[in-house]
Design a protein around this ligand. Structure first.
Ligand code: SF4
Length: 330
């Protein structure tokens, strides 16, 4: 391994209305007062002042049209001229592309038609598998059914969409679950070859949530999961560890090779208490390896041509001959 990668992104929470209710979540709107849908004006202001980033990371609550705040969501969307999350997010993706950003959507479980809608305007798409177990933490979250999530990953594979997934460590899963989850990811990748990275994300308890008093996983547990990922996953799948949630240095020695998206201009809306380290700090932490910037589509899929004509000009503008970001930025 010659380098450790990361991407520069801007984090765009399209809406916090969600049909699920995970016991560890602080992102979902619990009341009408908390609920929002980002407006195009607000979105454009954000992306025009975001510095030298290449990735627009779109996140949203899952299937807001089915949430208990669905009326709020559909009314807001209608006032913005759209009727579904996918239609609206697709418009935002097109605006992002016009502004020179490569979109990556993580909108929860999507069906084949929705994936097909989003594919032309996304460099890659993501969905955390999280676990293969039925967990207490997900008792009110129909979208966290691992079978649904694996089915979406398979559909993305059939559509040749470069895909990001991952597992959550410490949300009440049994010992052995990480192995099963990693084996399941390996199996889907074995069929379609589309998994570009697997995030190993530690659970961090949040105050005022049902899991607020739970103990987070120890660093030793995290190291065990990274070791298992290195053993189980093929080398071509990057193991990603988020540097705002854990210390990456030892995990890199065990096989992690990517630090994910770093958003210097926006917070991590899923873990708002954990600021991202600055690029120079990351560089210091990964030494002696070189830190290289990548795009939201990994080099392998650029070489395979797994992207649309809509985003081709941006890939040609940003990628070097290795498929990483050109060292001089543009
Ligand atoms: S699916 Fe995501 S946004 Fe929705 S409740 Fe669970 S963690 Fe929160």
């Amino acid at each position: 391994m010659r380098y450790i990668t990361f991407s520069k992104n801007i984090f765009i929470p399209v809406t916090n209305v969600c049909r699920n209710a995970c016991d560890y979540c602080v992102f979902k709107a619990r009341s009408l007062e908390e609920a929002y849908v980002i407006e195009k004006r607000e979105f454009l202001e954000g992306i025009t002042n975001c510095g030298a980033v290449t990735e627009a990371l779109f996140t949203a609550g899952e299937k807001p049209e089915l949430a208990h705040l669905a009326h709020f969501f559909t009314d807001r969307l209608a006032s913005l001229g759209c009727s579904t999350l996918i239609e609206y997010t697709k418009e935002l993706c097109k605006l992002a592309i016009k502004q020179g950003l490569l979109p990556h959507c993580n909108l929860g479980v999507l069906n084949r038609a929705e994936l097909k809608e989003l594919r032309p305007v996304n460099a890659s798409i993501g969905l955390m598998l999280e676990t293969t177990s039925e967990l207490e933490a997900h008792k009110n979250s129909p979208g966290k059914d691992p079978n649904l999530r694996l089915a979406m990953m398979e559909e993305a594979g059939r559509l040749k969409i470069p895909f990001t997934t991952g597992i959550l460590v410490g949300i009440g899963e049994e010992k052995g679950d990480h192995i099963r989850a990693l084996e399941a990811i390996k199996s889907v990748h074995g069929q379609y070859g589309h998994i570009q990275e697997v995030i190993i994300q530690p659970f961090l308890p949040k105050p005022f949530t049902p899991m607020g008093d739970k103990t987070p996983p120890s660093f030793e547990e995290l190291k065990d999961v990274v070791r298992a990922a290195k053993d189980i996953l093929p080398n071509e799948i990057a193991i990603q560890v988020p540097p705002n949630l854990t210390s990456p240095t030892e995990l890199i020695e065990l096989g992690a090779s990517d630090l994910g998206g770093i958003a210097e201009k926006t917070i991590d809306y899923i873990n708002p208490e954990s600021p991202w380290p600055r690029e120079d700090e990351l560089r210091r932490r990964v030494a002696p390896f070189e830190l290289r910037e990548r795009l939201p589509i990994y080099p392998r899929y650029i070489k395979k041509g797994w992207y649309s004509e809509e985003i081709r000009p941006l890939i040609e503008r940003y990628a070097d001959e290795e498929g990483l970001r050109k060292r001089d930025g543009f």
